[in-house]
Design a protein around this ligand. Structure first.
Ligand code: DAS
Length: 359
């Protein structure tokens, strides 16, 4: 009798466990599959004390520790983590960009990956986001995220930023919008966002064109979309590239001369972005060096150090006559990225100007 009871109890227990397993499997099956690619930065940083928010060490915490620090993530997505590299982002190179972009494209081509989060240092986060915006070949969400306080700090912003980024990357509403930057509950388009403050948590801003959405309670709300081409609609393909053309930026200011331009050309720049004053103005002492560079075949793009607004073609310089390109509203650092990719396709300034009007 007792034996029969024991068998029945075991059967009931086994049945219950099966039901639990099925319920977990059903729940997991419903959750999006999000891969977190970690690259370093403050979000992976540690400080000596909980009040150390400057003078900490970036890029010390591994991807699994970042995921483990936010257990809520496992309730909203099936997450896997990869450490692509571990650096402070002021040190990121073209080679790391190519490695990251190739990994993103391989993963997004897999049916078992619904979206990608990239944890990244904030210093060049906007550049990596824009580079990926031009070379990722998928409509699936790619969300770049960082933090302004290290993981050890009071009110560290990394955990909530990472949670929000995973929610966003797993949300079909985020698909087809290009690479997104999710920081401080805000959603920004990769093309137009910039780091606007050296240390505050609200540093990522799209000053005049505005953020494209907000994350509230973990849910994304979109209010506008981007108009320039990105991801699957771009003409750039890095799959077979192991290097990118050397393109540099020369920065203008009162009393500037030709030293920067001449040095960058001598060092082998194939393209040069001039971060002009105002509407991309060319100081008289710099202009001859830019003309000489153009005559050597260096492609010159006129951008502006101002940060907002369109650099008008044939405005502050006769671009038609000089055979220069204008950067539209792209910052100098983002104009450099587009010019690098443009030079992988063509040296025609007419074609390159079309690209600056397209992306
Ligand atoms: N050094 C900065 C970087 O890695 C730290 C940060 O803000 O992420 O970009």
């Amino acid at each position: 009798m007792l034996f029969q009871k024991s068998v029945q109890l075991r059967a009931a227990l086994f049945g219950f466990l099966l039901l639990c397993a099925a319920a977990v499997q059903a729940q997991t099956a419903k959750l999006p599959n999000v891969t977190i690619l970690a690259t370093g930065g403050t979000i992976a940083g540690t400080g000596a004390t909980s009040t150390t928010t400057v003078g900490y060490t970036a890029a010390t915490v591994g991807v699994q520790a970042l995921i483990n620090a936010v257990p809520e993530i496992s309730k909203v997505a099936n997450v896997t983590g990869e450490q692509v590299f571990q650096i402070a982002s002021e040190n990121i190179s073209n080679e790391e960009w190519l490695k990251l972009a190739k990994r993103v494209n391989v993963l997004l081509a897999q049916s078992n990956v619904d979206g990608i989060v990239i944890t990244h240092g904030t210093d060049t986060l906007e550049e990596t986001a824009y580079f990926l915006n031009l070379v990722v070949k998928s409509k699936k969400p790619v969300v770049v995220v960082g933090s302004m306080r290290p993981s050890t700090a009071l009110s560290a912003d990394g955990p909530i930023n990472l949670y929000n980024a995973v929610r966003l990357a797993g949300d079909p509403a985020a698909a087809g919008r290009g690479v997104l930057v999710a920081m401080n509950d805000q959603i920004h388009a990769a093309r137009d966002v910039t780091k606007a403050n050296t240390t505050t948590a609200d540093t990522f801003r799209t000053a005049e064109l505005g953020m494209i959405g907000v994350i509230q309670g973990g849910k994304p709300f979109f209010y506008r979309d981007v108009t320039r081409k990105h991801t699957v609609d771009t003409e750039f393909d890095i799959a077979k590239l192991d290097a990118l053309p050397q393109v540099d930026v020369a920065y203008a200011y009162a009393n500037v001369g030709a030293v920067q331009v001449n040095a960058l050309v001598a060092a082998g720049a194939k393209g040069l972005v001039h971060a002009g004053v105002g509407n991309g103005s060319l100081p008289a002492k710099t202009k001859p060096a830019l003309i000489a560079a153009r005559e050597k075949g260096v492609v010159i793009v006129r951008s502006s150090r101002v940060g907002q607004g369109i650099v008008a073609r044939n405005g502050e310089a006769n671009d038609d006559q000089l055979d220069f390109v204008v950067a539209d509203t792209l910052s100098p650092q983002k104009a450099r990225i587009l010019l690098m990719l443009a030079l992988t396709k063509t040296n025609s300034t007419k074609e390159i100007q079309r690209m600056f009007s397209t992306y």
